[in-house]
Design a protein around this ligand. Structure first.
Ligand code: NAP
Length: 454
């Protein structure tokens, strides 16, 4: 059994990787357990030192790691470099903050002393997606390791080179064997790993379907689970918005990573009074996106990561047009090598169409027109997802009031939704549960142990 890495910009095979057999998986599980017993005894300062060393390796190897990301999943080389920088940042952030985040929390009670101590759970399984193949892994692993756990990675099968290279980065940083290990297994083997006695918790970032399956396994085994799933984030433009800023934000938010981000703006809900103007300016901005070789730093638009994902996006687009949406630009796979899809703008999208109801994971911006602010809010919340959302307005108070009423895990006013080590990240509804990053992220995979001392 093997996994194949294919270059999305050319369709050419990069490398074939052999999957781990069951003996190898057992050895890796046992090594993670053994190291966990030792790692939890290390002081926070010792753990922080190792995470700083990981950050240093990421910075030193940035060019080579970024190239690997671009070759395996197609994003622009500049975005890949930014991703590696962000991974170093999250390691340093938790190294700096851990003393504070993990210090005992004194409590008043009938004891002479009572407190909460934050203790590691053991080994955390991270099941991760390909769209930010380094960042998704590090934002889960850095806090889990800093809290004293060991980490096992099951990465997406289209980025096997990244999966192995991340393990190598930890090795190069001097981490003990078993601290961070990659399992080269298929999705169907995940349930067995969750059931293994050496594994104490699981974090899944991925699709709704994978979330349901992993949550079911974790539930069956009574193991802690965090789910970071899909989204259909609204990007609401009110009638007093600065349209230049809104269009700039819209372009980046929707077309970064060729639209393949969970928190990409997907539904552009625009008040009628400014909708024509917004659509016209957005269309002009989209025309500036020029596809090309993602390894060339002058290229402005990347291919999609897999052929099947491109076909799925096209199906969603065609069905939306059949149901009455208007195609302003794009709307087709680009001819030639690789899995490029034309940057696409749809207008007059409505509930009931796939571009409104489903997650569109590619370069497709759907404009939804609203009569007024109340209808815009109702449309923004009319989704089974609840990851992020943004609102654009000339009035901060109006923006904050609107953001507070949005049903999502993070709402931004006059800025595109983004992840940041300092801010909690996660969703509600079918976008999952639990939080990554910040204080909340490091408290997901710990035993909040109460100590009561008479
Ligand atoms: P995916 O197909 O769900 O895969 C994610 C990971 O789960 C992969 O490692 C995959 O392995 C594994 N997997 C798939 N089905 C599984 C199952 N039934 N049981 C156990 N593991 C399973 O998602 P993707 O295409 O890689 O990523 C795109 C999705 O991730 C989008 O929906 C996006 O919104 C979401 N995402 C969410 C966030 C967030 O923070 N909320 C961030 C990034 C992406 P294989 O590759 O071997 O199938």
């Amino acid at each position: 059994m093997s996994m194949t890495a294919i270059n999305p910009a050319t369709g050419e095979t990069l490398h074939e990787y052999t999957l781990h057999d069951s003996d190898t998986v057992q050895n890796i599980l046992q090594s993670a357990e053994k190291t966990a017993a030792h790692w939890r005894q290390q002081s926070i300062a010792q753990r922080a030192e190792l995470l700083r060393s990981v950050a240093k390796q990421l910075k030193t190897q940035k060019a080579q790691l970024a190239r690997l990301i671009t070759q395996e999943m197609g994003k622009l080389i500049g975005e890949s470099e930014g991703e590696i920088d962000k991974c170093a940042w999250v390691c340093e952030y938790y190294a700096d903050q851990a003393e504070d985040f993990l210090s005992d929390q004194p409590l008043d009670s009938d004891a002479s002393r009572s407190l909460v101590a934050w203790q590691p759970l053991g080994t955390v399984l991270a099941v991760m997606p390909w769209n930010f193949p380094f960042w998704q892994v590090f934002r889960c692993a850095a806090p889990a390791l800093m809290a004293g756990n060991t980490v096992l990675l099951k990465h997406a099968s289209n980025v096997p080179g990244c999966a192995l290279q991340i393990e190598q980065v930890f090795r190069d940083a001097g981490c003990p064997s078993g601290l961070f290990s990659t399992l080269m297994i298929s999705a169907r083997d995940v349930a067995d790993v969750i059931a293994a006695p050496q594994v104490h918790a699981v974090s899944l970032t991925g699709s709704e379907a994978a979330g349901r399956s992993v949550a079911a396994s974790a539930g069956q085994q009574l193991k802690k689970c965090v789910l970071e799933l899909g989204g259909s984030d609204p990007f609401v433009v009110l009638d007093d918005a600065d349209l230049d800023a809104a269009v700039k934000g819209a372009l980046t938010s929707r077309f970064l990573n060729s639209g393949q981000s969970c928190i990409a703006a997907k539904r552009f809900i625009v008040i009628d009074a400014v909708a024509d103007e917004f659509v016209q300016r957005f269309n002009t901005a989209i025309a500036s996106l020029k596809p090309g070789d993602p390894l060339d730093s002058n290229t402005g638009f990347a291919p999609m990561a897999r052929e099947d994902l491109r076909a799925e996006l096209h199906k969603q687009l065609s069905a939306s047009i059949d149901q009455g949406a208007t195609r302003i630009t794009g709307g087709e796979p680009l001819e030639g090598k690789g899995w490029f899809y034309a940057p696409t703008l749809l207008d007059h999208v409505k509930p009931g169409m796939p571009a409104f109801d489903e997650e569109t994971f590619g370069p497709l911006a759907a404009v939804v027109r609203a009569n007024d602010e109340e209808q815009a809010l109702q449309l923004a919340n009319q989704t089974r997802y609840g990851l992020g959302g943004s609102v654009w307005t000339g009035n901060d108070q109006r923006g904050e009031a609107f953001a507070r009423r949005m049903q999502c895990g993070c709402a931004f006013v006059n800025g595109m939704v983004k992840s940041d080590p300092r801010l909690p990240f996660g969703g509600i509804k079918d976008s999952g549960y639990g939080r990554e990053l910040s204080l909340l992220g490091i408290h997901e995979f710990v035993n909040a142990k109460t100590l009561w001392i008479k």
